[in-house]
Design a protein around this ligand. Structure first.
Ligand code: SAH
Length: 213
């Protein structure tokens, strides 16, 4: 699969769309402009890759809407070299956006089929997360903690305590919270024991599921 002039043209229009919806972070916009989203999708949906919509991927999951990816990435307010944990690798599209921004990315996926498929795809494409892990993101990744940012790409019924404890002081957790619809929530660790919570409107995600084992 190639990234053609036509794809780049469609990405420019996609960027205009998400900017008109309120995304202002220039680096995030450049990441969306750069990452070839069509390559992260099944060929049957490839023609739709530059619509600002979520689409089905393997294992009953979805590739997030570009606006949502941009919104969550901007909320992280991370800088090059920051250590970021992503929960819900899925297609790897959000991972690739984080890598474009030169973050050190750790990513966890609990669906084996997706984990295998996306790990191979990363190798093929030359995307290099620090670690791509098959496991339960509810537990975070204690052996690599603390993180500058944690980004959850599935809807969590509640905020997992393990994730809070794996934030650096000043670190940010971006997590959609709720069952049917989710409220985009930012939790900032102010000190060892203090956390500040801010909310940013309603979104819709596939559910964050606990370990099957
Ligand atoms: N970032 C992805 C979004 C995929 S949808 C993308 O851009 O394509 C959310 C993903 O979270 C799904 O792949 C789902 O399998 C995964 N997920 C759900 N619960 C999880 C958990 N407890 N741990 C890790 N991944 C989980």
């Amino acid at each position: 699969m190639k990234d053609t002039f036509k794809h780049r043209g469609m990405r420019n229009r996609l960027v205009d769309t998400i900017a008109s919806k309120g995304i202002t972070d220039k680096k995030v916009i450049e990441a969306i402009r750069a990452v070839p989203r069509h390559m992260f999708m099944d060929s049957s949906f490839e023609g739709h890759a530059y619509q600002d919509k979520a689409f089905p991927i393997a294992a009953g999951q979805t590739i997030s809407q570009p606006y949502t990816v941009a919104f969550q990435t901007a909320l992280l307010e991370a800088k090059a070299g920051d250590k970021i944990l992503e929960i819900g690798t899925g297609s790897g599209y959000q991972t690739a956006v984080l890598l474009f921004l030169k973050f050190k990315v750790y990513t966890i996926e609990r669906q084996l089929e997706l984990f295998k498929k996306t790990s191979l795809f990363f190798k093929k494409m030359g995307y290099r997360p620090k670690k791509a892990i098959f496991g339960d993101g509810y537990k975070g990744l204690p052996e690599e903690a603390p993180f500058d940012g944690i980004l959850v790409t599935a809807g969590a019924p509640t905020i997992p305590k393990a994730l809070l404890s794996q934030l650096k002081i000043g670190g940010r957790l971006v997590i959609p919270v709720g069952d049917e619809n989710q409220i985009m929530t930012l939790v900032t660790r102010k000190s060892e024991k203090e956390f500040e919570k801010e909310e940013f409107g309603a979104f819709r995600f596939v559910p964050l599921l606990e370990d099957k084992n």
